[in-house]
Write a protein that binds this ligand. Structure first.
Ligand code: CU
Length: 199
């Protein structure tokens, strides 16, 4: 009996080492029509569902307000993450979201150099972030089930590192454009993916 348990433990240890050995990177880029290239920079590529208990980062990610612009415009976060909204302008902003999945939060107004925060607790929420004072200000927080996600760079490139070996559904989110989900298998090597986005 003891031996059997021991064998099981050894098998599990080997299995987890094996899986780690074959963790890989998902990388690729976004393609759009020639008149929609600006959206390449504002995509989130993410694994829809992964096994595991994931903890939000110890340090809250920050969404800056500078020169009447939210930066980053699109922020992917693990569910349970608290986002800090930092006012870097001489004027007051009033940051809020009308979305129920983000508790319709309204942080009020605060001075330059100060921070107010909101915790995003609903997986699947794509919360628009707005300012009551400046209607042109707009950003998005994309709330995800696991930490295997990537924002695209200005050319639409993305990279998700240290993904455990396995089969996954890889998705892309953009405020305006859409692209089909892709079934991928991670097994040590790099997985190259191209998403073609359209309206
Ligand atoms: Cu504002």
């Amino acid at each position: 009996m003891k031996n059997r348990i021991l064998n099981k433990i050894i098998l599990l240890l080997f299995l987890s080492a094996y899986i780690n050995m074959y963790a890989g990177e998902i990388k690729g880029h976004i393609e759009t029509d020639a008149n929609k290239t600006k959206y390449k920079a504002y995509c989130v590529v993410y694994i829809e569902k992964a096994d595991g208990n994931f903890k939000p980062p110890a340090k809250n990610p920050e969404m800056n307000q500078k020169s009447l612009v939210f930066t980053p415009r699109v922020m992917p976060v693990l569910v349970g993450t608290t986002v800090n909204f930092l006012n870097n302008d001489d004027v007051l902003h009033n940051v809020f979201s009308p979305d129920a999945c983000a508790d319709k939060f309204n942080l009020g107004s605060w001075k330059k150099g100060e921070i107010r925060s909101h915790k995003f607790s609903q997986t699947g929420c794509r919360s628009v972030i707005l300012c009551n004072v400046h209607p042109e200000m707009e950003a998005y927080v994309v709330v995800l089930q696991n930490p295997y996600f990537s924002s695209t760079d200005k050319d639409g490139n993305f990279s998700i590192k240290n993904v455990p070996a396995g089969k996954y559904t890889l998705k892309v989110w953009n405020e305006k454009l859409k692209g089909p989900a892709q079934e991928i298998t991670v097994s040590g090597a790099k997985v190259d993916v191209v998403f073609k986005l359209a309206k």
